[in-house]
Design a binder for this molecule. Structure first.
Ligand code: SAH
Length: 220
């Protein structure tokens, strides 16, 4: 399938990045990736006109692609450097995954829903992003294959608590960005300064509204 990235799309994307700057995004790596990755390729073509508006959109399986400003903020909070290994929980549309790849990360992404997993793994492959995609329960992190420990962990669904298995798979010195809460979530950045909980530095970055992290049991 040929995908079009028109002058209009590119122009709208530049405007979107200006909006991101106004909303406090300063990391040049994040802004560059967001200017380069065509968000409209990750959504239903019927929603094309909304691709560069700062809002979440439906992506099927009752899930949503996050607001561009949420993707930008989470990416910035990660303090990512090229070459780092990133574990992402909640592949969804693959847009956040593509941004992380464009920022030079080695991305390992876990999705719990088979429909989205199949669709997005194929899309990312077709678009040339070299993320490794896995079907599974992201609460547990990546268990069947061990690519860890990771420099960074990013969770893109609302987690009821800080998942211990994810903290275990994060390197000492590493950072996890996770929206914590059930109804609405507080964005946390956790710096793992040591193995014990007392050595986790927790910073808060405001309230967000994510789809919930789904129960790990009975998934299909
Ligand atoms: N970053 C994605 C966000 C998608 S919404 C995007 O912008 O498109 C959150 C995603 O997390 C959904 O695809 C949902 O199916 C997935 N998810 C929910 N619970 C999960 C779990 N326990 N493990 C892995 N993925 C999960």
């Amino acid at each position: 399938m040929t995908r079009v990235d028109s002058f209009k799309h590119k122009g709208l994307r530049r405007q979107m990045c200006e909006e991101m700057r106004r909303k406090g995004i300063t990391d040049p790596l994040v802004l560059k990736a967001m200017e380069e990755v065509p968000r409209h390729w990750f959504i239903d073509p019927a929603l094309d006109a909304h691709a560069y508006v700062d809002r979440a959109l439906k992506i099927g399986c009752d899930q949503t692609i996050s607001h561009p400003s949420t993707v930008a903020m989470q990416s910035q909070l990660l303090e990512l450097k090229p070459g780092m290994k990133v574990l992402e929980i909640g592949t969804g549309s693959g847009y956040q995954t593509a941004i992380l790849c464009r920022m030079g990360a080695k991305v390992f992404s876990v999705e719990r829903q088979k429909g989205l997993f199949d669709q997005t793994k194929r899309l990312l492959g077709e678009l040339g992003y070299r993320a490794r995609c896995f079907l599974g329960d992201g609460y547990q992190g990546l268990t069947e294959v061990n690519y860890g420990p990771y420099d960074r962990v990013i969770v893109t669904c609302g987690a009821p608590e800080i998942p211990a298995p994810l903290m275990a798979q994060l390197k000492v010195g590493g950072i996890m960005v996770i929206p914590l809460g059930e109804e609405e979530q507080e964005m946390l950045r956790i710096t793992k300064e040591g193995e014990s909980r007392e050595e986790w530095k927790v910073e808060k970055f405001g309230t967000y509204s994510f789809v919930p992290m789904l129960d790990g049991r009975n998934f299909s």
